[in-house]
Design a binder for this molecule. Sequence first.
Ligand SMILES: Nc1nc2c(ncn2[C@@H]2O[C@H](COP(=O)(O)OP(=O)(O)OP(=O)(O)O)[C@@H](O)[C@H]2O)c(=O)[nH]1
Ligand SMILES: [Mg+2]
Length: 466
Amino acid sequence: MKDLLCEDTIAAIGTPIGKGAIGIVRISGKESLRILKEMFRTKSGKVKEQFDERRMHYGLIVDQFGEPIDEVLAVYMKGPKSFTGEDVVEIHSHGGIVVVRKILREVLGRGARLAEPGEFTMRAFLNGRIDLTQAEAINELIEAKSELSAKVALKQLEGALSRKIREIRDFILETRAYVEAAVDFPEEEVEIIESGKVKERLIEAAEKIEELLKTYREGKLIREGIKVAIVGRPNVGKSSLLNALLKEERAIVTEIPGTTRDVIEETITFKGLPLRLIDTAGIREAVDRVERIGIERSLKKLKEADVVLFIVDGSEGFTGEDRKILNWIENRENVILVVNKKDLGLKFSCKEAENSGFKRCVEISAKTGEGIERLAQLITDLVMLEPEAVVGGDEVVITSERHRELLERAKRSLEKAVKTLESGIESPEFLSMDIEDALKSLGEIVGEVTTEDMYDIIFSRFCIGK
Ligand SMILES: Nc1nc2c(ncn2[C@@H]2O[C@H](COP(=O)(O)OP(=O)(O)OP(=O)(O)O)[C@@H](O)[C@H]2O)c(=O)[nH]1
Ligand SMILES: [Mg+2]
């Protein structure tokens, strides 16, 4: 369990360990300025008494024997106007493993304690500088693997999600006031509750939550990437398609059927969105054991995928083997039929495919690159992601499993309250309890309501120094 009282002064290296132009040691807490003063010397070797706030000071950091460690820039940010809300000092030295570590050791030797992962951010939260969704957004921003997920995280950091949650909470609070009036003035109870107003508002609140929940699927795709499985019979050009999308000779391509044995996964970014491309072994009645295992894996990937690229060799036509594979695909909603080898001339085209019921089809040549861009566009269209719309508009996107769970819980509580109302309630107190539960769940999202182990669960995922 972390120190929730923020009594001691913490320190850590804030930059990645390794060679770099600069390295930063961060200190937060009451002793920050004292520690800096003890270690800092002006260029002429004097102790510096006065550190102006939020200004870079040029000088030397010395060790306990007065020996210089490095030339640095040091900045002092007095609380509460700092990231953590406490007194914060940053020492910017030359990057490199030895110097930065030495400075940190010096800081620790003078009374600071090594910060735990996420502890700076946790202090920012505990001191009211940011709320919980913002703290989580910092981590997501650091972990972001695509431009789009970074943008979504930044929006959350700016407080867009918190505002939305508070808006819904205020709406429910108002509703609760009606119910409480009914408890306080029983003679008017019937009128207040029976007017239908409370029920109407509870349903409306549940709908607002549902709208947020709907963004979770998109949010997850943005964060983790869209899983795109490339499947088909051997030799149709699955690995060639992977290479074409990657613009790199990643997978082995030969004219021998059964070339790919194992699953190959590579990620590309399309319009800021990560696409996780999964090349699989060609599906057929396998002759040897290795290939059979490969094919089992193909079928597994087929099931797990967000989008399935079912690829056929258009120069050969749509064969009986292709039809067999099609039967393996249970969920046809997320399938794109890819007719490959267009450069050889097509015996089977998208026109025929559409006549026989395929909703989405694209003709390509993995060899010449024709149609590849359109295919990528079809993939994002299929998951209904308009990358520009997601970040451009005012839409808040739920990306965290924790948020989803709490929103679900809040929605269930509201629905329960509506049921209580519909069943002709005995006492408004029950209703009040359900509404309270909903408010509690929403409060947990932003961190106004806290539970015991929440801090550890959330902040332990951070890296040290953040
Ligand atoms: N002309 C032409 N040849 C292609 C095209 N795409 C793939 N090929 C050829 O088709 C053969 C098979 O390609 P692969 O990409 O290895 O096929 P695969 O589906 O991965 O095959 P397995 O791994 O065996 O399942 C190779 O000789 C490729 O050069 C295309 O668009 N046009
Ligand atoms: Mg292959």
